[in-house]
Write a new protein. Structure first.
Length: 291
């Protein structure tokens, strides 16, 4: 019966001989190409990857938001052909001589297809101009090193120069340990630049995606004039176990979820990914200085 099921499925390529062999030998299994299916971590359903991709990487059954790359998010949020990237060729060095760091960076570049854990630039969202930064967890878990900090700081300064609103999509495991104190300095550097943006009266919006943790949460992620988050996004500073061991108290279930933060006033709204572009457009229209 199982063999007949796979025979009818147009995505499975199994020869008639293989099917006959499978019926005679229970250990022979139909061929299923890699990457065709994904499992939802929330509802545990097995889904066609193509269906998930068509729905902007949102589970059609339970609404779980799978993680997106920076390039996928740019395609989703920015108007077609409107995005102009800043600092395209900027790459990390090894400021403290951390052993094996250069090799790891090279592997990450080859694997992820990007040169650092953030892509910055300007473009339009529903024809509204903005400077935008897109962090990517596929590159060393979106960790914030010198280049990430520098690219975001330059994007803030560009927003000031062009008198444009700034939007940052955050996802990060925190500061990058391979750069030591240089990574921690980026928290203050970006925060200082954002203060200059604020003094200019320009809008700053953050969109917290899964996961946003560590030094990113402790700095620019929570400094937005408007703070949005995707459903079920993990947002926090230290891990649950570390906090419990430090304060010697049991923490409530889901205390680092976007829903918990919304309930306790840390963020302004939770927005489904499929509604995110239209929501951002409305925010930009309302705060348009040229109206």
């Amino acid at each position: 019966m199982l063999n007949k099921f796979f025979k009818r499925t147009k995505y499975i390529t199994v020869s008639q001989k293989s099917l006959r062999d499978a019926s005679e030998d229970s250990e022979v299994k139909p061929y299923i190409p890699n990457g065709m299916w994904v499992k939802c971590s929330k509802c545990k359903r097995v889904l066609y990857k193509s269906d998930v991709d068509r729905n902007n990487k949102v589970c059609q059954y339970c609404g779980h938001h799978f993680r997106m790359s920076a390039k996928e998010r740019i395609k989703l949020i920015m108007d077609a052909d409107s995005f102009e990237e800043f600092d395209v060729n900027m790459e990390s060095a090894n400021p403290i001589g951390f052993d094996g760091y250069e090799k790891k960076l090279k592997n990450m570049i080859e694997k992820s297809g990007i040169k650092e854990a953030v892509i910055t630039g300007k473009g339009t969202i529903g024809k509204m101009k903005a400077v935008a930064c897109f962090m990517d967890s596929n590159f060393m878990m979106g960790s914030m090193g010198s280049v990430v900090g520098e690219k975001i700081t330059r994007a803030v300064e560009k927003a000031i120069e062009l008198k444009l609103p700034l939007i940052i999509f955050t996802t990060s495991g925190g500061a990058r340990m391979q750069e030591g104190i240089f990574s921690l300095m980026q928290m203050a550097k970006i925060s200082a630049a954002l203060n200059r943006l604020r003094n200019e009266g320009l809008l700053y919006v953050t969109v917290l995606t899964d996961p946003t943790t560590g030094g990113v949460t402790a700095s620019f992620a929570m400094l937005g004039d408007i703070i949005l988050a995707e459903p079920d996004a993990l947002v926090g500073f230290a891990g649950k176990r570390v906090i419990e061991q430090t304060i010697r108290q049991k923490l409530p279930e889901g205390f680092q979820s976007a829903e918990f933060l919304l309930e306790h006033g840390f963020i302004d709204s939770i927005v489904s990914r499929n509604d995110l572009k239209s929501t951002l457009k409305k925010i930009l229209v309302i705060h348009d200085r040229n109206r």
